[in-house]
Ligand binder design. Sequence first.
Ligand code: 4AZ
Length: 246
Amino acid sequence: IYGGLKALPGAQPWQASVQVKPKGTTLPFKHICGGILIKPCWVLTAGHCIDKKNDFQVVLGGLDLGKVEPSDQTLQVVETIVHEEYKETHDRVQNDIALLKLKAKDGKCAEESQFVKTACLPSEAFPDGTECTISGWGATPTSQHGSSQLLDAEVLLISQGVCSSSKVYGAAVDQTMFCAGILEGGVDSCQGDSGGPLTCARNQTHYVYGVVSWGDSCGEKNKPGVYTRVTHFLDWIKAKTASTAA
Ligand code: 4AZ
């Protein structure tokens, strides 16, 4: 996260760290992407975070990735579902969305606490200019390897007209995506934040409106972050997660 601050305990309780243990090694799990808890057994993330060859785990409730904290809940992933039309081309990713099904222990997956809560799925659009929140452990201006502390920042929703104008991203951005940030630069998501949340609030309820997806570099003028537009994928999310009551 560029232009962010240390997240306060409990401020982003849906934030997940998506971690992999490369197959056929004994290396420990390491953070690769963010994720968003949307149901006790389901984490939403980006399609480009999922390489099916890997074993995944998800850590919820943590702020410092370098420490084991009492609020941590570490869960195994039993199924990864990448969008059927996920595509990576030279200049962009499309349908950059995936779901991770968590493994239940004693019949439960994530347990709600002060530090672990689900984010709601949005049912309608938020207006351009709405102030929303991004968070993650990704790269910062002073650390390309990311931050061990969870950071968050406020960004503004940018209109589709501006986002797909030639001075910003042109035709690389379509209706399944949106831009958010500050056009002057300085506040943005970055590598390692991918898959994580952009949430917008209405009446004290937090909605997962975007999934960190891509962008040209980080924090540059006229190159805001590009987010998967969750409202475009609601039917897909509901269909895939309908198999479990939780
Ligand atoms: C990345 O490489 C990435 N500034 C994520 C977000 C942004 C750029 C790159 C947005 O995962």
